[in-house]
Write a protein that binds this ligand. Sequence first.
Ligand SMILES: [Zn+2]
Length: 369
Amino acid sequence: MAESKENKDNNQTSETEKDETESSGLDWLAGYMKQSLGLTENKAVKVLDEVSFEGIAKYIKEKKCKNIITMAGAGISTSAGIPDFRSKGTGLYDNLEKYNLPCPEAIFTIDYFKENPEPFFVLAKELFPGKFKPTPCHYFIRLLHDKGLLLRHYSQNIDTLERVAGLPGEKLVEAHGTFHSSHCLICDKQYTLEWIKEKIFKDTIPKCDETECDGVVKPDIVFFGEALPKRFAECYAEDFGKCDMLIVMGTSLKVQPFASLTSRVPVECPRLYINLEKTDDSSGNFLAALMFGHNFDFDSEDCYRDVFKQSTCDDGCLELADKIGWKKELDKLIKEEYSKIDKENKTADKSPAKSPSTASGSKTKSKQS
Ligand SMILES: [Zn+2]
């Protein structure tokens, strides 16, 4: 397997990127150690009247924050019907048996893909964006943007549902890449979602249409063995110091460097974590931050800004919207957007996109609260 010149060039670029990321990582570590050891002038200030879910809602309602950052993982898309395809035994891997993958992860490994792209595209057809509708949680984030309160949304998801929900690209950091665009592995020519979709649905391997190129075209999702998008490092360096409310949803915060972002907000910034379960450790110590990438403190006596809401992302967001006084607006937005999507699908003569499984259920549920 001779490496092409282009590949070598790519490797060089990613090494430079790596250096940059590593040095900014060290800066962060130094800053974080200072903060943990109490060496910074920034003493923790309690800004919430009440360190609770209600306190967070009140803080937003009283317009005390205007640079909200949301961070999300697979949990915000599960009710849309998107399976967690990186884990084994989801059934999605079953129709890949004939390819004899060395392990399920191979399908997202760049070296394997370069040798044998076919299994990835079989799976991609199954998971292709457009088959799914955004969830109430996605529309809550959209509403934050409509209200001018969203600084940025950081997503680990590659399903493009944030874009479908109407969040503009500039408000979005797709930390693990996206299906939204694709590039030729050899000449780097960019292709659109529509272009690659046509190839994938015809069961053909997308190949570059430049004369004498014939490279495989790969969606811009981050494979194992690839660097994170440049935009990720550029945005977080700029954003997190400005953040005045952090909302983390549907992620177990186990994947780095994404998880460590929670520690980069100012010391007084309130942090809300909506998830079905707490992360492995939330004792707020430095070692935990190093090991698990966050330093949430939900339960200690010193807890002053961190709030854990145990629920699905949809229920959590609907309840939060209700407490802020945005419930009607959110319901209206969801209804309008869903009928828009249904109409578009009808004109495109496609089968209607699946509605999130809990959407209607959550609506009735949150009425009781
Ligand atoms: Zn090409």
